[in-house]
Design a protein around this ligand. Structure first.
Ligand code: SF4
Ligand code: FES
Length: 391
């Protein structure tokens, strides 16, 4: 996708200048690499994954992390792909610690993650978020496309807690594993996790292309929500359970990224800075790179960050809605994907004219026979599967 050449609809084009006070970001998602041993079909990374040769070098990442600290950022999510695929991860983690940044490693726990963990802990790593693709070995290994992945994750989780690091388990749910929510809660307790994220799939990147293979049925979603609500009460003081709502069956949308250009920024492996992980799916936005600009300049002045900052860009029904400062109109990327215009209300909202159609689409996809997964791979989707999911 070439954002720079896409034609803008002047009537609906986002306003070019900031019309809201620009505060300080509190978090940065450092997508250090797109390389990953796993091949999850629910991955939110773009279909065109970036290659190792194009990644930022160590010195540039250190400069970006120092600029983030100066900008007021508190948390760094060391992410990817699989961040431990970067040989300089220990050095980058130590740099964050020296800058006073809280570091969260977002990892699959396979590959070289276990071998690197003691050094990361020594370097000052603060927290580990470990993904599971299922509560059972056969599910994790099938969804992740990696034989032996589940066993490696169990061993890695034990290493994390043995080192005294706080552990969060993250599990993305969809029709291939939604019957394992109860088991996942039990697994998180057994692994001594402090927190579990029950994340219903968000349909961006590879997940959007795999939507029909992933979409759960409404009754299964409702059951999973009830299980989490019951467990939250029962496990108070033992395990915190967060839940990411299933957008297509939601009543109101999530405040995506805490509001566009409001709290967080994402840096891609090659250095483009995005307001959210899927922002490049919106045509017409101009993203600046850390190779050419200081992070603070990008945050304050880059066209992409100012496009949907605040509420002045909103159209009805968001413009006059009393939730507009709570959810900021939901997700711009989802509005683009499902309604064809990023400045419209997120169709996850029941006030969107597209909402009923989206829910009907989800219901129909969930009722159909699940197609095979298209596994994430560098080099894009295989020939013959390029059309992906259609809105
Ligand atoms: Fe949020 Fe807009 Fe829906 Fe109101 S109309 S709940 S602001 S998405
Ligand atoms: Fe881009 Fe939600 S993923 S605004």
């Amino acid at each position: 996708m070439t954002n720079a050449t896409a034609e803008l609809n002047l009537e609906t084009a986002p306003r070019p200048a900031a019309v809201h006070p620009v505060g300080h970001p509190i978090g940065i998602l450092a997508e250090l690499t797109h390389r990953c041993p796993l091949r999850c079909p629910y991955c939110s990374n773009p279909l065109e994954l970036e290659r190792r040769e194009a990644e930022l070098d160590t010195a540039t990442w250190k400069r970006v992390l120092s600029e983030a600290a100066a900008l007021g950022v508190l948390h760094v999510h060391l992410s990817g792909g699989e961040p431990t695929a970067r040989a300089d991860l220990v050095e980058l983690t130590a740099h964050c610690a020296a800058e006073g940044l809280y570091t969260n490693l977002i990892t699959s726990g396979v590959g070289r993650a276990g071998a690197m963990l003691p050094a990361l802990s020594e370097a000052g790593l603060d927290h580990v978020q470990l993904s599971f693709q299922g509560a059972k070995a056969e599910t994790t290994d099938r969804v992740g496309g990696y034989a032996g992945g589940h066993a490696a994750k169990l061993a890695f989780a034990a290493q994390v807690t043995d080192l005294g690091l706080p552990l969060t388990v993250n599990a993305v749910f969809h029709r291939a594993n939604i019957h394992e929510v109860e088991d996942m809660i039990e697994l998180a307790i057994a692994l001594k996790a402090r927190r579990l994220e029950v994340a219903h799939t968000q349909y961006y990147g590879w997940a959007y292309a795999n939507r029909a293979a992933l979409m759960p049925a409404r009754p299964d979603v409702d059951r999973s929500v009830a299980i989490v609500e019951e467990a939250r009460k029962r496990l108070e003081g033992v395990l915190v359970i967060d839940m990411v709502i299933p957008d297509y069956y939601a009543r109101y949308p999530k405040p995506c990224s805490g509001g566009w250009g409001r709290r967080t920024l994402n840096v891609t492996p090659t250095g483009r800075v995005l307001p959210c992980h899927a922002a490049e799916s919106i045509p017409g936005l101009e993203f600046w790179s850390v190779r050419d600009h200081a992070l603070g300049d990008i945050w304050r002045a880059s066209p992409a960050f100012n496009a949907y900052r605040g509420t002045a860009w909103m159209r009805e029904p968001c413009r006059s809605c009393d939730r507009r400062e709570m959810d900021f109109g939901g997700c711009r990327c989802q509005a683009m994907a499902l309604a064809g215009d990023a400045s419209l209300t997120d169709p996850a909202c029941s006030k969107s004219p597209f909402h009923a159609r989206v829910e009907a689409l989800a219901t129909a996809e969930a009722a159909g026979i699940a197609p095979d997964f298209i596994y994430r791979t560098i080099g894009g989707m295989p020939a013959g599967r390029r059309e992906g999911a259609k809105p």
